[in-house]
Design a protein around this ligand. Structure first.
Ligand SMILES: C[C@@](CO)(OP(=O)(O)O)[C@H](O)COP(=O)(O)OP(=O)(O)OC[C@H]1O[C@@H](n2ccc(N)nc2=O)[C@H](O)[C@@H]1O
Ligand SMILES: Nc1ncnc2c1ncn2[C@@H]1O[C@H](COP(=O)(O)OP(=O)(O)O)[C@@H](O)[C@H]1O
Length: 280
């Protein structure tokens, strides 16, 4: 095997409660990461030499900040291997949207290169490496829709009804770091049990702050709420609503206001990446 074409699925946070803050500044949270069947596509080609090349362009992302290249270098350092690769991405997920695009790209790079280079690292080792790149990389390595605690890395797979989602992106990016460092962020939501989530007693601790800071997010929430209950995913900027079937979600997509973008996707309990690589 010398090349792989692999999916990098998006996620949405069905809810997000910030329950505290650790001494190192990271926030303790509870969330439900719902994987979607929509995302970027990563292309990996092995090379005869040890060069690592990224052949696509990502606006605003340099070689040293590119999460895909950081993942590849981290994997080489950790395993001590000197294999090379040409890497390209077909980017469809908006950046700074709270749908985990960069993290999913990094997770696919870790799992894909582990496979291509036949390193034999376990999923647990890869999830630990992934956590060094971002708090929501491990869920994409696990490849399951999951309940998360800690800073997002303590994961319990959970099967949710595989509903259809319309994800709406207002014309702005939200930097996760900006929201987590904001003095007005709600950091003391009481921890809940899974049962409370299933009863619908949840929200997003970032939503009120983000809609105040970003009027475009506020507009998107108000617009989508006309059709179905709308919520922010992660720290935004995307908002979403769920539907019983694809045609109901698509009908809302067709009404989307000018200046906004969006997509319809199905919630999946297992990552399309894991299906492609045939791993558990
Ligand atoms: C909070 C979530 C919910 O899904 O937000 P989104 O990024 O998806 O919007 C994610 O877990 C984010 O994951 P990720 O985007 O990988 O975060 P990182 O790169 O690790 O951290 C970005 C910034 O957020 C802060 N951060 C992140 C996660 C966390 N539990 N507490 C934090 O305080 C970090 O201090 C850092 O300044
Ligand atoms: N391969 C990558 N794809 C997307 N974003 C990347 C990548 N590498 C680095 N980044 C940086 O990570 C930031 C967050 O991206 P992303 O994960 O898509 O958003 P979010 O954390 O809101 O879900 C981007 O604004 C970008 O600067």
């Amino acid at each position: 095997m010398t090349q792989l074409t692999l999916p990098c699925p998006a996620k949405i946070n069905l809810f997000l409660h910030i329950t505290g803050q650790r001494a190192d500044g990271y926030h303790e949270l509870q969330t439900l990461f719902q994987l979607l069947d929509h995302g970027d596509t990563l292309y990996l080609h092995s090379r005869d030499d040890s060069a690592l090349r990224f052949t696509s362009k990502l606006p605003g992302v340099t070689d040293s900040t590119n999460l895909i290249m950081r993942a590849a270098r981290l994997l080489r350092e950790y395993s001590g291997c000197h294999h090379g690769a040409d890497i390209a991405i077909d980017k469809v997920l908006p950046m700074g949207g709270g749908i985990g695009g960069g993290s999913s790209d990094a997770a696919t790079a870790l799992l894909g290169l582990n496979h291509l280079w036949q390193l034999g690292l376990s999923t647990e080792e890869l999830a630990r490496l992934g956590l060094q790149l971002g708090a929501d990389v491990p869920v994409f390595i696990l490849g399951r829709t999951a309940w998360a605690e800690g800073i997002g890395e303590q994961l319990t797979p959970i099967d949710t009804p595989e509903r259809w989602y319309f994800v709406l992106r207002p014309p702005c990016e939200v930097a996760t770091a900006e929201i987590f460092s904001h003095e007005q962020l709600t950091r003391d939501t009481s921890p809940i049990k899974i049962a409370a989530f299933l009863e619908g007693a949840t929200g997003n601790s970032c939503q009120e702050l983000v809609r105040r800071l970003y009027p475009d997010v506020d507009k998107a929430l108000i617009w989508l709420d006309q059709f179905a209950p709308a919520r922010l995913t992660g720290t935004g900027s995307c908002v979403f609503a769920s539907f019983d079937n694809k045609s109901a979600a698509t009908a809302v997509l067709e009404e989307m206001p000018k200046g906004m973008t969006g997509f319809v996707a199905r919630g999946v309990n297992r990552s399309p990446l894991h299906t492609t690589l045939d791993i558990a």
